[in-house]
Design a protein around this ligand. Sequence first.
Ligand SMILES: [Zn+2]
Length: 246
Amino acid sequence: MKATAIDQERLLELQKIDTQILQAEHRKKSLAELVEISRLESQLSKLSSEQNHLAVDEGDIKRELAKAEEDVEQVRNRKKKDEARLASGTGSPKDLENLQHEVATLERRIAELEEVELEVMVRLDEVSGKIAALAEEITGKTGEKVSLEVVANEKLDEIKRELAKLQGDRADISATIDGELIKLYEKIRSDKGGIGAAEIIRRRCTGCQLDLTAADAARFGSTALDEVIRCEECRRILIRTANSGL
Ligand SMILES: [Zn+2]
């Protein structure tokens, strides 16, 4: 294939732009902030599911507490009634003795039920404390995430601007290069990890980083400059420049 030396030189320029585009796209995908944000998101989702479980537990314990309070209240009312009857002094001495006995039993029962109530209150405090600590952790991590998003968005905007400029440059330079040469370049570029054209620098292909054989170097040195040459190792288009050492 033939292409003017100027077209070949421009192709090398195009390759430089395409390499910069690939690098910018790679930076866009692998921003450290984005990695950190996704780490925080998975932590936040774990924390919030933990929080939901604890909220269910808290609801259960609150109902348990209400029940314990009701139990104590019931026995207290019973005791009050008994005491009122005792105070009124009505009934036989036997009745009064029985009532006194019952009041003592109810007092012990109240003490037992208050123990239960206290134990439930302690558990409620524990769960509520855990929920509050989780809420604080979630707030902290959410704040961290928001700040990282601000930084990430700034960086992404900058990369987008850079990419827009590179795409513009690419379009400008592509328009000046022979269509057949571009077609060959694009085909090789898509097969060869983004590099379709490589400069020969000091008798080395900068596409595959292999030195040219002495025979290939001699042949390339004597081939007409408007002849498109390809690396014998990687088949990329080789561009001869003042750095080539041929
Ligand atoms: Zn090569």
